[in-house]
Design a protein around this ligand. Structure first.
Ligand SMILES: [Zn+2]
Ligand SMILES: [Zn+2]
Length: 206
């Protein structure tokens, strides 16, 4: 398994990696009908670039690293996940401590320097107010710093600003947790299980 820079990936080897592959394979086969590729972690549409891992796609390294846990997390029992998802959704915002509903809000930014352009979509678990604050901040950030690269700065700056505006105009359904929130909660549960349980790197066994 190749990981760009991911420590979490390194932890998963041998049998676990094969199981991971199988889970990833099943997942992508089921959703192959879609024409526009989406990041399998944060759900953002991937227009240009992105990271491939087998047939799995992510918008950037950060989502790729998190996405590896996604497969492991499928082993966490559904009823436990549902319980936790709803308690996060109905609970207080982890950023500002205000009232919920708490859900995933993705903000998008881009910056450029001459021939280099870097863009990322960042999911954040928070209330809608905090989500909108990040989206407005990233829109402004991109508006100022996005343009100064050729050609991608000129292409991606309107894209990232547009995505933030879409997010600002319409948030996730406040009456129920989004699928993205379920994914993220599921993964944090899996991560906790890995760290406290069988989280030892199995490289030591060779
Ligand atoms: Zn992503
Ligand atoms: Zn908040």
């Amino acid at each position: 398994m190749r990981s760009a820079s991911g420590a979490p990936v390194r932890r998963i080897r041998g049998g676990r990696a094969r199981r991971l592959r199988a889970a990833l394979g099943m997942r992508t086969r089921a959703r192959r009908g879609a024409s526009v590729p989406k990041c399998d972690y944060c759900g953002s549409t991937i227009l240009f670039g992105g990271k491939r891992d087998g047939e799995f796609r992510f918008c950037n390294d950060r989502c790729h690293q998190s996405g590896v846990l996604l497969a492991v997390s499928r082993q966490v029992p559904d009823n436990l996940v549902q319980q936790q998802v709803w308690s996060v959704h109905q609970g207080r915002c982890p950023r500002c401590g205000g009232t919920g509903p708490t859900d995933v809000h993705v903000s998008h930014r881009v910056w450029s320097a001459l021939v280099l352009t870097s863009w990322a979509s960042r999911p954040q678990v928070s209330c809608r107010r905090c989500g909108m604050k990040s989206q407005a901040g990233d829109a402004l950030f991109s508006l100022v710093l996005g343009w100064w690269g050729f050609p991608w700065g000129l292409v991606m700056t309107p894209v990232q600003i547009g995505r933030n505006l879409v997010g600002l105009a319409k948030g996730p359904d406040p009456t129920k947790p989004s699928p993205q929130l379920e994914k993220i909660v599921r993964m944090s549960m899996a991560n906790r299980a890995l760290v406290t349980g069988s989280g030892k790197p199995d490289a030591s066994s060779s």
